[in-house]
Write a protein that binds this ligand. Sequence first.
Ligand code: ZN
Length: 485
Amino acid sequence: MRNVNIIRNVFIPIGNNELQLVDIHFDETIHSIEKRLPESVAWSEIAAPEQRASFIQKVSARLKAVQAPEIDGQFLVLMPGAIDPHVHFNTPGFEFREDFDHASLAALWGGVTTIIDMPCTSLPPVTSLPNMRRKLQALQNRAYCDYAFWGGISGTDFSDGQRLKQNMKELVEAGVMGFKAYLISGMEKFTDLNAGQMKQAAEWIKDLNVPLAVHAEDKELVVTRRGQFQAQGQNDWQAYCSARDIEAEARAVSLMASIVRQTGAAVHIVHLSSKRGLEIVQNARNNDLPMTAETCPHYLYFTQQDFKRPQIRNYLKTAPPVKFAEDRDALWQGLADGSLLFVTTDHAGCDPKTEKVSENFWQVYGGIPGVEHRVPFLFSEGFLKGRLTLEQCVNLLSTNAAHFFKFKNKGSLARGKDADFALIDLWHGWTVKADAMHSKGKYTPFEGVEFKAQVIKTFLRGVLAVNRDENYQTTTPIGKFVPRN
Ligand SMILES: [Zn+2]
């Protein structure tokens, strides 16, 4: 047990864009949160840097001086450590693209203290208990943030249904958060499921009481059109986007909605990209079906117009691709009205010098390493542009995921919870630069974009893990595996 530490003079959001100035007392967990001033302050009273400065001047006589070893909260905003429920950190097996060491440090720089790693981009994939044990073994002394796993269901697993069912049960007992499956997969070792297999998987998952996360694009539509385009020598971004269009997403999300209706399984649509896809999810939710969805920063910022910019074209490639202004706006609306449960990154990096250079867009690696940018992005584009409240941002970045995945010690600021914090500066902008990123592959379609919010410090279970003011990052990989409760 370490000594109790104190962060003094931080704002915590208390709802309706109101903030309370507090001190937080903690060791590995939060001991207490003490009001520094009895009254709260409205964001609108401190939104401008000069308003904040005059507020600080006005109240400072009423505050205790910060004394070492207490930590000066600098009148920043403190949120519970962010949770990114959808990342590909690639250890073991695809470390020529990304690895846990780099990506988990990048997470901390982005205010993220817990991630849930996908099963498909490690070798062997997390489709059985022995495979999961190999991944846990490989992550020994490699993780700087806390981590949980998605289990996986590959189409090839259906050659032995009883074995698959047993594997799923064992993985749940070992603590996976749920299972990921694809309606279309580009991976050799982790293949897609047809509609019948998906329904079977949903039935088994229902009994295990965990969510089924689905990559939802219609395989037949995509493969047929891709074949036609390639036969005609159409290898540009337009062909790629036409093959993986809104119709492809809508058909797949519809199929999943019907599987939810038939089975009652909890289905979660990953990286939703379109208004039509969102409407199908909303319709299911309005009928009290256990269907949820997430979206990612790229779908909330870019449109297909951005593929016309050669300097970011290849960096923006993802599956599904970003869509149109109407889709982007609908997704923001879905975050604001609660029909989208969280924002994830789908962090998936590569070496841009080898896998982002092809003139043939079909050959370009698809994936954006975004774990470091999600928190500043959402505060900047969501809160500071008036699309979301401060509290909605915190919910979408942390609290909702903690509830959904039953992280009992994470996602909120309360006595007894893990002392996972991110301190956010909402008053000073910065410009995204790929060469300043901490992930292994350094590239981003957000290159040159100004975010008006920045993560200054990140604490993991009470330990100051990253401090931007001093360009400090921990050298001790203290990340722990977090099993589902
Ligand atoms: Zn993914």
